[in-house]
Design a protein around this ligand. Structure first.
Ligand SMILES: C[S@@+](CC[C@H](N)C(=O)[O-])C[C@H]1O[C@@H](n2cnc3c(N)ncnc32)[C@H](O)[C@@H]1O
Length: 284
């Protein structure tokens, strides 16, 4: 029978050989998941014998990781704003930056002091990450999760059911903001924003995610442009639009917002100082 340490050493060697970054850490997450323990407890007992079944599953997990499958797909879940979300090939793996977008949405809902239940649209919901995080934070909110991909929408529904939030959300199989109804107090979106020409050169792990979740057209702003064009009609007076975009795309997107329609149009930096988020508030 193999020990934790021998499996981790061999697994890390294989991942390094395959050019996978953070090889040792990835192996630790994978083995801790299979042993149903936390990483540090596992590391504290390197001599522990690993049952044959778990060792065999670990070998398979390491092979999948070496092939470039995202860790979250292998584990089957991703933490997001304190929730555990089921993720697989149907959806983008929610990123930490998107937790910051949720933070901006929470700030707006609290500061705008929306009477009663805020009406919120999460456009391009994917796994349901944003909609579910806001629903958990604001139980009274009326939140619509809109998504073009039927497979992603099914995943969002599964997450909502698993988290006991399904009866708080509406799921919309639509591909435009106009088709999502409204009027909303807030439209929040992390649309696909990678320029088409850049996609082929991305990491294998990113390429494992759905193309529809990545491809933002020639300049990366195709979907954002449509959202910006349609949002004014879908928002109430003094309603807000919050977008997450690529590292440097915020200023270009702000320029697309008509001064006559929006009383506030600004770029908000992410925690790394990147000009990623757009915050716009419609005039009253
Ligand atoms: C970058 S992913 C974001 C997923 C999720 N909101 C998150 O933050 O993890 C973009 C999502 O938008 C969806 N999408 C792309 N174009 C769309 C459109 N025209 N209408 C609705 N959803 C769209 C994709 O299928 C994908 O799920």
């Amino acid at each position: 029978m193999q020990t934790t340490k021998t499996l981790l050493t061999e697994g890390a060697r294989r991942l390094e050989a395959a050019g996978i970054s953070e090889a040792a850490l990835n192996c630790q997450w994978l083995l801790a998941h299979l042993l149903k323990t936390d990483r540090l407890s596992m590391l504290a007992d390197g001599g522990a014998r690993v049952p044959a079944r778990a060792a065999a599953d670990f070998e398979k997990f390491v092979s999948r990781k070496a092939e470039g499958e995202p860790l979250a797909y292998i584990l089957g879940s991703q933490p997001f704003c304190g929730l555990s979300l089921k993720v697989d090939h149907r959806v983008l793996v929610p990123r930490p930056e998107t937790e910051e977008l949720v933070g901006l949405a929470v700030d707006f809902i609290l500061k705008a002091r929306i009477g009663g239940a805020p009406d919120v649209l999460d456009f391009g919901a994917g796994s349901g990450a944003i909609a579910l995080a806001l629903s958990a934070r604001f139980p009274e909110a009326k939140i619509a999760a809109a998504e073009k991909s039927a497979r992603a929408l099914a995943c969002a529904r599964e997450n909502a059911r698993a988290l006991g939030l399904a009866n708080r959300l509406t799921f919309l199989a639509v591909s435009s903001v106009s088709a999502a109804g409204g009027p909303f107090d807030l439209i929040v979106s992390n649309p696909p924003y990678i320029p088409t020409g850049v996609i082929a050169g991305l990491d294998k792990e990113v390429l494992a995610e759905p193309r529809l979740a990545l491809d933002g057209g020639a300049d990366g702003l195709a979907v954002a442009r449509e959202i910006i064009a349609q949002a004014p009609r879908a928002l109430k007076k003094r309603g807000a639009l919050l977008l997450e975009l690529g590292d440097t795309q915020g200023p270009a997107a702000v320029k697309l917002l008509d001064k006559k329609i929006w009383k506030t149009r600004e770029v908000v930096n992410d925690l790394n100082g990147r000009r990623r988020f757009v915050r716009a508030v419609k005039a009253g």
